[in-house]
Design a protein around this ligand. Sequence first.
Ligand SMILES: [Fe+2]
Length: 241
Amino acid sequence: MDVVENYRSNCNKYIQIGKETEKLDANEKYCDVASIRVPETLTDLILELNKIFALDSVNVEYVQTLMTMYKSNPKEWRKFAKFDQHRYTRNLVDEGNGKFNLMLLCWNENQGSSIHSHANSHCFLKVLEGSVKEELYDWPSQHQDLASEPEQHGLECRKISTFNTNEVAYISDNIGLHRVENPSHTDKAVTLHLYSPPFQECYCFDKMTGHSTVSKMTFWSKFGKRTPFGKDCGIGVAENN
Ligand SMILES: [Fe+2]
């Protein structure tokens, strides 16, 4: 999916955060993408995101455009980028005053996520380094949940997209499920994720059967510091994004 197409497909969609009656006022402020000022640094971007998400509704296209406009500078985010040889890591960067979580995901060569949902939250994914592949899936039907013939009701990939450095993807449960991976055998990848509202667990799906399990979210590090072992990174707790 190219970025322009992605903008169009999400045009005029709004994240509802507050009361319905307050929606219009909020939309007027951060709606026109032509008025966006390019964030010069990651700090600029984070400050602007905090302003946007402080309001009661958020324009998806506006956020996606703003995040795209930030030109990735490794010097600004390297302190958050911590890799693990066994699986990709989630590294908290900003808590968005409770309205969103912003984090770096660090993918070693060929590391990938499971197929997962997003707990009714909205997910923006910006590539900071390398490229990632996204596989998009439909939700399993109710029939699949009955598991009468699970082997016949696996999940089929609906779409495969590649996102390159500085491009921004968007997904919510209304769009479907996805899995993300770094397809490169030789290069690492780093992605910046914004989730609103923040969430601590979601569903992971078995591709072959369509069956789901609840997965808790953990952070490998917070604000550049490794999360203490056993506190927030328990063994056996599934990762996800
Ligand atoms: Fe995701």
